[in-house]
Each structure stands twice: as C-alpha cells, then as structure tokens.
Design a protein around this ligand. Structure first.
Ligand SMILES: [Zn+2]
Ligand SMILES: [Zn+2]
Length: 195
C-alpha cells in the first residue's frame, strides 16, 4: 500500500493523516503477526523514538473504530490488531500464543447478505496447537526415545556376552539413524511466524 493511499484512506475515514498514524498503519500492514498495542509501540519507536504509549493506543482504537484495521480478540488476555481486512479466520496456538491467519472454510465474503444483514467483517477463531509447536514436541519425543534406547544398550552391555539381549550391530545402527533423523528435522525448523 502506497503512503498516498494510506493518507487518502485516513482522510476518507475522517482522520487527519498524521505522521504517527501513517507509521502505525504502515507497521500493521507490513506484519502478519497480529501485534498487540505494546508490540506496535516498540515497532513504531524504531522510527519515532518519542512516540507515546497513549498515542499508539489511541491511534489503534481510532483506526479500528473507522474500520481501517481490525481489533481482534482471539487472545483472551490482550487485544491484537490486524490490517488485513480480507475475509480470513484466525488460529491461536495455546502453547506459544501465536495467532495465525487461516483460510475460512465458509464461502462468506465481505458485503455478502446473510438473512438481510450486510457482512462488514468476518472473524472466525480457531484454537489448538500450531505446526511449529507440534514439530518441536515431535523432536523432543524423538530425542527422548533415542536416549532411552542408548540407556538400554548400556544396560545390555553389562550383561554376560552370551545373554540373548546383547546388542547387535544393527541395533546400534538403528539408534544412530534415529539420532541423525532428529538432527536433520531440527535443522528444518518450523516456519517462523515473525514477519
Ligand atoms: Zn505454537
Ligand atoms: Zn489476520
């Protein structure tokens, strides 16, 4: 979105396009993390170190009131803000609290008529455990399993050499395979929600 467009949209909404309002709108339009007011404050202070907390809070509320941004309540603890006005749903991870944009599973779009009501915004929230957290958990389990396997191997070693549980070469190979597998998957990492 060009700065001129932002100025015009602010004017059309009855707000004077001050530098700080433009900066806050710019900050929200460049991110997909659905920042809280405090996160917006930190980001805007990188360019305008003197901006006050009250200015950021009031601006966010004003922008939300005129419909230039959405104030979303997917996080029960804190309001978050979103400049993406297109129809989409929100998913919040209960482990890391990241809020993701997700496609809506319905065909409801903006300005649709539903029982005679005009839809102006659609907000659907989904809750659960995100992909990054599921992957981190799977890696943790894999490491735990492989350390259990190596403990078993040590115990088996202390048994007499002809005991039936003595480890074979292939056992060792399996363990090292598991380890290298978990190494490579941790390198892949999850898609970071940070923009
Ligand atoms: Zn998560
Ligand atoms: Zn969103």
């Amino acid at each position: 979105m060009l700065p001129l467009d932002r100025s015009n949209r602010l004017r059309e909404s009855g707000l004077t396009p001050t530098i700080q309002r433009l900066a806050i709108l710019d900050c929200l339009e460049k991110t997909t993390v659905h920042p809280t007011a405090d996160q917006v404050l930190l980001a805007v202070r990188e360019t305008f170190p003197s901006v006050s907390r009250a200015t950021v809070y009031n601006t966010l509320e004003a922008l939300a009131r005129v419909g230039l941004i959405l104030r979303i309540t997917v996080d029960p603890a804190v309001a978050r803000y979103d400049a993406d006005l297109g129809p989409h749903a929100h998913f919040r991870c209960r482990l890391c609290c990241t809020v993701y944009d997700v496609v809506m599973d319905k065909d409801l779009t903006l300005n649709d008529n539903v029982h005679g009501h005009r839809v102006e915004s659609v907000r659907t929230y989904a809750y659960g455990v995100c992909r990054a957290c599921l992957q981190a958990d799977a890696e943790k389990r894999m490491l735990k399993d492989s350390s259990k396997a190596s403990t078993k191997r040590k115990q088996a070693r202390s048994l007499p050499p002809n005991a039936s549980t003595s480890p074979t070469k292939s056992d060792k190979e399996n363990v090292s395979k598991t380890l290298s597998l978990s190494d490579s998957s941790s390198e892949e990492g999850g898609e970071s929600p940070d923009a």
